[in-house]
Design a protein. Structure first.
Length: 247
């Protein structure tokens, strides 16, 4: 993994007036470091093209560029500048998990964020994606790395930020892919730019993801016609032997 220090412009915060009439400075916008799944380039281009066609005549906001489309998995934290010093420890933490590829299916479209953004969504429960996000969070915790409170991800791909319209995109066909790798990106706030911090391949030989307790409780019921499926009760091992690469 290569380390580099980007050249960033120096920016100031414009002063505002509070209720007392005294000026104060608005809080500085911070950038976010988070894990993502990215659609294959060909699919990302299809999604981007559909978003452009939908945006025409409806909004003056530009669709999110194809190469930045992603499904958010887990946020580490927000920072004022890229925390390059964390990269070796993150590499070690990710090296402690072992996880199989994930299938992502986007079959709907919705407006979220107080009616501001348009996104492709998934009606599925996505228990495997949630289980993997929990594995990531556990690895960060064990290695005492920054991480926000765990929230089970609800997979979606935002296609237009600041959409400002109530009409959703008509889904002509499912957008689905098997994610064979996941990435860590640093999103430079206000720059529409993702700086890659690392990319790791899933391990195709890893065991199935563990099921949530609510589903495991169903296994206490008698099952006719054969034994219980042992894969449903096998807890995924936490190690990753897959090769690593950077984007």
């Amino acid at each position: 993994m290569q380390y580099h220090q980007p050249s960033l412009p120096l920016t100031g915060n414009a002063p505002e007036k509070n209720r007392s009439g005294h000026p104060h400075f608005a809080p500085r916008r911070r950038s976010e470091l988070f894990f993502v799944l990215k659609p294959p380039p060909s699919l990302a281009e299809e999604i981007y093209k559909a978003a452009c066609e939908h945006a025409h005549g409806r909004t003056n906001r530009q669709p999110h560029p194809a190469h930045l489309l992603h499904v958010s998995l887990l946020s580490m934290d927000e920072f004022d500048e890229p925390p390059y010093e964390l990269i070796p420890r993150i590499e070690t933490a990710i090296g402690s998990i072992r996880a199989c590829p994930l299938t992502v299916t986007l079959d709907g479209c919705a407006i979220y964020g107080g009616g501001r953004h348009l996104a492709l969504t998934s009606a599925a429960k996505n228990t495997d994606i949630q289980a993997f996000a929990r594995m990531l969070h556990g690895a960060l915790s064990r290695h005492n790395l920054p991480r926000q409170a765990f929230r089970a991800p609800s997979p979606h791909v935002t296609i237009i930020y600041g959409y400002g319209c109530k009409e959703v995109l008509n889904i002509g066909k499912l957008s689905t892919w098997q994610a064979r790798e996941f990435a860590l990106v640093y999103s430079h706030k206000g720059e529409t730019r993702h700086e890659p911090f690392g990319c790791w391949r899933f391990n195709v030989d890893a065991p199935p993801y563990s099921r949530p307790a609510s589903q495991l409780s169903l296994l206490d019921e008698p099952i006719t016609g054969g034994d219980r499926n042992p894969a449903l009760t096998t807890k995924a091992a936490i190690r990753n032997d897959g090769p690593r690469e950077t984007r």
